[in-house]
Design a protein around this ligand. Sequence first.
Ligand code: ZN
Length: 332
Amino acid sequence: MKHFSWPKTLFVCSMLFFLEVQIGWSWGFWGHKRINRIACFTLPEEMLPLFKESLEFLTEHAVDPDKRRYGVDGEAPRHYIDIDHYGEYPFENVPRNWDSAVAVLTEDTLMAYGIVPWHVARMTGWLTKAFESGDKTRILRTAADLGHYIADAHVPLHTTLNYNGQLTGQHGIHGLWESRIPELIGEDYDYFVEKAQYIENPLEEIWDIVLASYLRVDSVLDLEKYITAELPSDLKHSFEQRGETTIKVYSSEFSSEYNRAMRDMVERRMRQAIIGVGSFWMTAWVNAGQPDLRSLENHAQPEEEEELEKKFKADKIKGRYHGNTGSEAIQQ
Ligand SMILES: [Zn+2]
């Protein structure tokens, strides 16, 4: 059995006040940063010298994979899987293992409908290798990226063809669920989460997460319809000023009624994502033989970062939109 210990005191509370909200950039960024950040506090004591010291890095770089979608071919499918393309729950016709899935469904099809579970499993192996290498930069970059994809897998609308309600006349629901609601009430969420747990089989675990997300898709869509029918139609949207632009958003009244109807599903999935990220990080470290993280080499690669930032600012998103901005769908 693995040996590690836990910090005596939780230090989540004091850190929350430093978290920022990036209005206008999307919850995607807000939520991902928060998930990676708080995941650090679920880790065993032996991992804290690195993860606590690198809190800012892991927070800021939680959104690198979304930035890469602007410049890197093949990035987009890593963020989702439209699992209902393949039939019905529990999708037994989709082999859980990558090689078998390629053999049965072809790689082109897998890339077309998303590969998040396979990518998470693969990256967990990369993170183990990074821990073995002792390269601090490699560990942190891999951990930050992995945290992003795990968080995406917890979002129900990242597991369906109807990812933005476009098939059911609910266009914009993606941003409502993962951006507007947390932006409005995410500060009040309860972030005291359990400790990370060792995962015996990361591939099986990420598939369980994806299937759990998918099981919530019907509620996400049906309850939005229900609240739309319940509330007077002029209360559904409101207008907000974002910089120079006036944008149409879901009203706070509609958003909070919808959230109430879902019984805080967004908060519950976010808490699960935090534990999930911590657990995958810890698992990769344990599988690497629990290396000492107190004095690692730092190999900075600033030019890579600059390149990413440049592409993000200049380029159009590659691959189809999979929901990141809370208001894009109904922007004026
Ligand atoms: Zn993403």
